[in-house]
Design a protein around this ligand. Structure first.
Ligand SMILES: [Zn+2]
Length: 187
């Protein structure tokens, strides 16, 4: 069997000191995401999962996932690409028709002060990456806000108390079978 790595590109675009979320925090968040995604890649074409903080735009394929980590909503790439588009409280995912690509982003300031901030950031990223593959146009495979037994698949605010459920993993697994062009303009 040929090795196929699911590559998660996290793009930290904020001041580490200003947001009090630096290298160690990013690493802790990435490890939680790895635990989640290891459970999601079963029975997919992916044989392993890895994370990257400095992937180059030219390296990104439709089989990868990209999430921008922005300081706050004012830095939203989605808002710039789609003026008037309502953005989410802690993150947004949007299909840019101009780019024919999906943009996933989270706002790191909204997680400040949480008792388990690494987990909260990981949970928000995971939620946005489910939108990325499942219901941010052009094709809707599954409504991420309406999944039976979903925990991170919810329309409720994401918290650090939430843990990926089997239903969440199944949803992401389904998403992983649908490659989607990732927006690389902010990398
Ligand atoms: Zn959502």
């Amino acid at each position: 069997m040929v090795d196929k790595v699911l590559r998660i590109a996290l793009v930290p675009s904020y001041s580490f000191a200003g947001e009090n979320f630096g290298d160690g925090s990013l690493y802790a968040t990435a490890l939680i995401l790895m635990e989640y995604f290891k459970k999601c890649i079963a029975s997919t074409k992916y044989t392993s999962v890895d994370y990257f903080f400095e992937m180059k735009p030219a390296e990104v394929t439709n089989d990868d996932l990209v999430c921008y980590m922005l300081a706050n909503q004012n830095r939203s790439i989605v808002a710039k690409k789609a003026p008037g588009q309502a953005i989410g409280g802690s993150g947004s995912t949007f299909y840019s028709k101009v780019d024919s690509a999906v943009i996933s982003e989270i706002y790191i300031d909204t997680t400040a002060g949480d008792g388990n901030r690494y987990k909260l950031v990981a949970n928000i990223i995971f939620h946005e990456l489910m939108h990325n593959r499942l219901d941010a146009g052009p094709t809707i495979w599954l409504n991420v806000h309406n999944v039976v037994n979903g925990v991170l698949t919810t329309s409720k605010p994401i918290t650090s108390y939430m843990d990926m459920s089997a239903a969440d993993a199944a949803a992401m697994r389904r998403g992983l079978t649908h490659p989607r062009k990732q927006y690389t303009g902010g990398m």
